[in-house]
Design a protein around this ligand. Structure first.
Ligand SMILES: [Zn+2]
Length: 105
């Protein structure tokens, strides 16, 4: 399954926060993910509260916000990630390797 994460600046005209998160090796985004995990893993509520996921702007979906679901979603993203281009290269390599193995049999 491929997830799409959409990051946006809530400030009118943008404050540049999202642009600063995009770095060559993804280290800034990793820091954001680690901080997000610390917030959801560091709370003791169930399913969510104003200390972790809830705020005034998402009050219409407060009943859908789950701290445990957010933690489960974020954990696999820690420790580095590959760009979509790298991911496609790996897929191509795996496909070629699978074809070679098939031709030997
Ligand atoms: Zn909470």
């Amino acid at each position: 399954m491929v997830y799409t994460v959409i990051l946006y600046d809530a400030v009118a005209g943008g404050a540049g926060h999202v642009r600063r998160m995009v770095t060559e090796e993804g280290e800034a985004f990793q820091q954001v993910l680690q901080r997000a995990l610390a917030v959801v893993d560091g709370c003791s509520c169930d399913p969510s509260c104003y200390q972790c996921l809830r705020n005034y702007y998402n009050q219409k979906i407060h009943d859908q916000l789950s701290r445990q679901a957010a933690s489960k979603f974020l954990h696999p993203w820690l420790g580095g990630m590959e760009s979509l281009e790298e991911r496609e290269e790996v897929s191509d390599f795996e496909t070629e390797e699978a074809n070679e193995e098939g031709s030997h049999e």
